[in-house]
Design a protein around this ligand. Structure first.
Ligand code: DAH
Length: 331
């Protein structure tokens, strides 16, 4: 073997390599286990040849290392320029998220009441029957106390069937005047259909002060209706019954589908109920230690899903729970 020729050839090959892969094959070819040089080294018998071949090996190694480093640096530079990310470019293709329709309505209602000077308070979704029924003047045999209608944890604990128990907790915690509202989920043992859901949302409002009358109730609720549905919303109040109010009033707005003419959605009534209200029953005031001869109040509990259905023409309440972005993205 001609060591000099081999070295020249190896150095030339290293110099000619233009990529990391090429220099790697040069290394394998000239310094790899099966290379001519390595084989020759293995067979060396005399010291002089050994020293010569080793010197060639060292010089080839150095040349290949140097070329490899050079190529790696050049390749890195190349990548740094071609793969550079311009962080100042506008980001495209991402859709902004938004609040769920029910959350939007919830916040709107909160804003209306904050604007009227009310305090927004929290209630409990897992509630004592003491607050959910007893404090609200439900008679012992009322159907809502049945496990067929309500979801009980045990005899004394129930998933609240309405936001009204928050009224009792609010009044227990302070003396009049009371101006509070509370919003959140309520639970009933209902099978889901177009207008029923075992979980839904209510807004509860309560005002207790000296000299509160039914006129205050209607004025306040008409204000809320105008804020939610616009200035010329068609609304009416009809007598109703709730154990905790006397008298009781149901609030109706005209049906969004038929504009009052009568259709399937409104069961040919032309009106859709948004929720109940009334003057706080003296029994309820007494339950929390208030004097019904000195103070009076009104209360209401409306469904947020109902508001959504009427305002946006949502044909089926279940759509609000299905998390289909094609639906939710419209609001
Ligand atoms: N809690 C009633 C319901 O879920 C709604 C309601 C009616 C709330 C009258 C009130 C009220 O505060 O005064 O059907």
């Amino acid at each position: 073997m001609d060591a000099e020729a081999l070295e020249r050839e190896g150095l030339a090959a290293a110099a000619a390599a233009t990529t990391s892969e090429e220099i790697e094959s040069v290394r394998v070819e000239y310094l790899g286990r099966k290379s001519v040089l390595k084989q020759a080294l293995r067979e060396v018998r005399d010291r002089e040849t050994g020293m010569t071949l080793n010197a060639v090996r060292v010089r080839l190694e150095e040349a290949i290392d140097a070329r490899e480093a050079e190529l790696a640096r050049a390749e890195l530079d190349e990548r740094l320029t071609t793969e550079r990310v311009d962080v100042t470019l506008p980001v495209g293709g991402y859709e902004r998220g938004r609040l769920h329709l029910i959350t939007q309505i919830r916040r709107e209602v909160e804003d209306v009441f904050l604007g009227l000077g009310y305090t927004v308070v929290d209630g409990r979704e897992v509630e004592l029957t003491h607050y959910n029924f007893d404090g609200l003047n439900f008679p012992p045999a009322h159907p809502a106390r049945s496990s067929l209608a309500s979801l009980f944890v045990d005899d004394e604990v129930v998933l609240r069937t309405e936001t009204s128990p928050s009224q009792i907790r609010a009044m227990e915690g302070q003396q009049p005047p009371v101006y509070i509202c509370t919003l959140g989920r309520v639970y009933r043992r209902d099978t889901p259909d177009a207008t029923h859901s075992p979980i839904f949302h209510q807004v509860e409002g309560l005002a207790v002060d000296e000299g509160i009358t039914l006129a205050d109730l209607k004025g306040t609720l008409r204000h809320l209706l105008r804020q939610l549905f616009g200035e010329d919303v068609d609304a009416r109040f009809v007598t109703d019954f709730f154990p905790f109010t006397e008298p009781s009033l149901g609030a109706y707005v005209s049906c969004f589908v038929c504009k009052g003419a009568g259709c399937r959605l409104c069961k040919y009534e032309g009106w859709i109920e948004i929720g109940g209200s009334g003057m706080v029953d003296p029994n309820v005031l007494r339950f929390v230690g208030y004097d019904p001869d000195r103070v009076s109040g009104f209360a209401f509990g409306w469904g947020l899903e109902r508001i959504a259905i009427v305002r946006h023409g949502v044909p089926d309440i279940r759509m609000l729970w299905e998390d289909d972005l094609r639906v939710l993205g419209q609001f």
